[in-house]
Structure formats: C-alpha cells, structure tokens
Write a protein that binds this ligand. Structure first.
Ligand code: IMP
Length: 431
C-alpha cells in the first residue's frame, strides 16, 4: 500500500475532513503540510462531531499525526484545539502528535495585521479568515519569522524578536495599532513554549523514518487549488501552496512521497470570501444549494457562495496537482432538481476558453458555457452502493468524470463516515 495525498480541487470546503478520516483508518501516519488554523475540517463519527483547524485528522483514530514545516502554527490556537478535542475524549500525546520544530509561528500581531488590513481594504478586501495566516507567511519568506525551534533559546530569541518588531512597528503605527513591546512578546512566548515543547521534533526525520519502514502516509491538504497562492484566483487566495506538489516540500520528503493524488470535489461549487466565481448563482437555486448543503464555514461560520459544477476549474486542478482520482462529495444535495447545469467552458468576449485565465480581470469577466443534464427525483442521501443511485445521478457522475479527465473513485452521500459509494479503492489505485 502506498501513500495518498488528499487535496481540494475547487475553493475549499469540498468535504476533505470526512474523506481524510475515512482514509486515515488505513494509513499509519497523517501529515498536514500547509496552511494553518484558517482550515476547517469536520469529522462526524457516530454522535461526535470533531472540528479541526490545525490538528491532522488522524488524531481521531490515534494515528501518528504530523504538523509539517509548511504549516504556520498559532500555538495558542493549537493548545486550545488540543484541549477541546481532549474534552471530547481524544488522547493527544507526543506519541500521537508531532509538531515540526522548523515550522513558523502565527503570532497575535499577525492576526491584528490581517484584520486591520481587511478592515481598511474596502471593496478590495480578500475575505480572509482573519487568523493572521497571510502576515505569518510574509514573515516566513521575509526571513524574520519566529520558529518553534527558537523558543527554547531565550538568548537568541530576544534578537529575533527585535528583528521582527523592527519590521512590524512601523506597520502597526501606520494602521493605528498599539505598540507591541519586545518584553511583552518574549513573556507571551515564554509562557507558551513549555506547553508546545513536548510535541516538537524534526518532523522530516520522523516522516522519513516512517516511509523507510514502509508505513503508509496520508498527506492532508487544506484549502484548495483555486486558493493556491500561485495557481488560484490571485490575489483572492490564501498565502500558501495548496497543490499536491507542496505535500513534499511542506513535510520534508521527496516528491515521490506524495503517492496517489486524490482530489476532493464537491458535486457543485462553493466559495467563501471574495474573488471571481464564474458559476456563482445569486438566485434561488444558489440559495437552495446553500441551505440543502449546509454551506456555512466550519471555521468562521460565514455563508458560502454557491453555484453549478465548474468542470473547467476542476480539469485545471487535475492537471496542476496530477490528480489521479476524485472523491465526488455531497451528491445528495443535488436531489430533486429538474435539470442540472455543468460548466464546460468559458466565453470571454468572442473567444471560448477551456481554462481559467490568470488575469483577475479576465477571471471576473468570463461567462460560463453550460451543458444541461437531467436531474433526479429520488433521495440519494445515505446511499452506499453505485447501483443504488438513480440512472440520472450515475450519468451525472460519469459526465463529470469525462469532463475533468480523472476517474471518480468515491462518491459521498452524507456527512457520516460510512455513507460512501466506493467505485475504485484509492489505496488499490496502482501506485
Ligand atoms: P486566509 O487563508 O485566511 O488568508 O484567507 C484567504 C482566502 O482563503 C479567503 O477567501 C478565505 O475565505 C479562503 N480560505 C482560507 N481557508 C479556507 C478554508 O479552509 N476553506 C475555504 N476557504 C478558505
């Protein structure tokens, strides 16, 4: 059995949590490799609902769970999350959880900056989660971030804090934010350091030794291709690479470690926050999708924008991440529609495009070209067999498969862990 990398192929919220939980059952190690507590993965097991923002979903099943170097980690948010899921009965010990010692911290000043910038941006706001993710990644590539390995070295930490504040102080003044003192930040970090210390390790070593031992690794992507800082709808994106290639970089393994790339795709399209969305429906159909699909953010509670399935976007994600198979989620939300529409191309002026162009202006100007497919009246909620799907639903899945250029391995029909239709086993996908 090889490794599997799970990534979102639209704008996030495709239902990755449930799929990852299902796969984690058979994996030995689960790894987060990008993003931070802007993510929101919901896992429903029996009567318990777990909501994760930073913890790899493997903790539900007590699998070795690694937060890789590519993740930016708010230590206070992490500790709070650990306490919350401990209260739900999960055991989070250093045997289960490893935090990369070279991962960068998200600090309160990053959150301040994120929120203050958004508040001033007016119509140009990105619609971030306000968790400080963008500013934390800025400091990382600016080579002034505080990393977890710095927390244990108080003498050197002082100089690092000074360097960081030399950058932030004028920014904060300009935004009318109160000054952050070096002593204040050092105290905050000194308080949190011993609490995270037990989890710190060179995560790349832990991961590589697991791989050498033939253990099966599941790389858990957060956000999605269209939110990727390079490949997404820039600047309305998150600040990390969310594509499958990042699994290796953000965890400290070679590119071949990513294994079988499984794209998670919702049977329609949603997006949270601002930015272009060619298939968005602002009418009662969009409203109906939102209500039936419970389209409210796990993390921020924001209402998600909804639209028809966009095969152009997903085809692009398939290419960029090397997606081999797809999990098509929330098919049951489409029950009861007379007809369904699927976007197969875009019209831009007098041109027809089979891809989403890079320019923001063009992304915002493209008009979807739709193909209509018959809907179905039957209730597919909770269906677990392919043969249990009405023929029109089967045709819908098959048409999507043809349009995106990747096979549909799995269809999900409810938030419950067991409610899946397994067409081809991703773990037996010939990798
Ligand atoms: P940030 O990641 O908080 O900087 O937000 C940048 C953009 O990514 C915004 O449009 C967010 O709504 C979006 N975003 C970030 N994380 C998620 C997620 O887990 N699901 C869906 N959208 C997300």
């Amino acid at each position: 059995m090889g490794n599997v990398t799970v990534i979102g192929a639209q704008w996030g919220d495709e239902g990755k949590g449930k799929v990852i939980d299902w796969l984690a059952d058979r994996a030995d190690v689960v790894v987060r490799f990008q993003g931070g507590n802007n993510a929101g993965h919901t896992i429903v097991v029996g009567n318990s609902t777990y909501k994760f923002a930073l913890l790899p979903s493997g903790v539900v099943q007590g699998k070795l769970s690694i937060i890789g170097n590519g993740v930016v980690v708010d230590p206070w948010a992490l500790l709070e999350e650990i306490e919350r899921v401990r209260a739900q009965g999960l055991s989070i010990t250093p045997d289960v959880l490893v935090l990369a010692d070279n991962a960068c911290l998200v600090l309160p000043m990053h959150r301040d900056l994120d929120v203050a910038r958004e508040a001033r941006a007016g119509a140009g706001k990105i619609g971030t989660t306000g968790r400080g993710i963008g500013p934390a990644y800025e400091d990382k590539v600016g080579r002034r971030a505080i990393r977890f390995c710095d927390l244990g070295d108080e003498a050197a930490l002082g100089a690092k804090i000074e360097r960081l504040l030399a950058h932030h102080a004028p920014l904060r003044r300009g935004l009318g934010l109160p000054e952050v003192t070096s002593a204040g930040l050092q105290t905050l970090l000194a308080q949190v350091a011993p609490k995270v210390a037990p989890f710190l390790q060179p995560a790349w070593r832990v991961l590589n030794s697991a791989i050498t031992d033939g253990r099966c690794v599941l790389f858990e992507g957060a956000q999605a291709t269209m939110l990727d800082v390079d490949h997404g709808t820039y600047p309305f994106v998150t600040s990390s690479n969310t594509v499958a290639g990042q699994a290796a970089t953000g965890a400290g393994a070679g590119p071949q470690a990513a294994g079988y790339v499984l794209g998670i795709v919702k049977a329609y399209t949603t997006r949270v926050g601002e930015g272009p969305f060619p298939c968005e429906l602002t009418d009662e159909i969009g409203e109906r999708l939102g209500v039936r699909g419970h389209e409210f953010g796990t993390n921020t509670g924001r209402k998600r924008r909804c639209g028809w399935f966009d095969a152009v976007l997903v085809r692009q994600s398939v290419a960029i991440s090397g997606i081999k198979g797809v999990v098509l989620t929330k098919l049951d939300v489409l029950d009861g529609f007379e007809t369904l529409k699927v976007c197969t191309g875009y019209r831009l002026g007098d041109r027809v495009l089979d891809y989403l162009p890079a320019s923001l202006h063009e992304q915002a100007s493209v008009e979807p070209i739709y193909e209509e497919l018959p809907g179905w009246k039957e209730n597919t909620h909770g269906v677990r067999l392919w043969s249990g799907l009405p023929p029109a639903a089967q045709s819908y899945v098959r048409r999507i498969e043809a349009l995106i250029g990747a096979r549909v391995d799995v269809v999900t029909t409810s938030p419950e862990r067991e409610d899946i239709i397994l067409i081809r086993d991703p773990f037996a996908g010939g990798f």
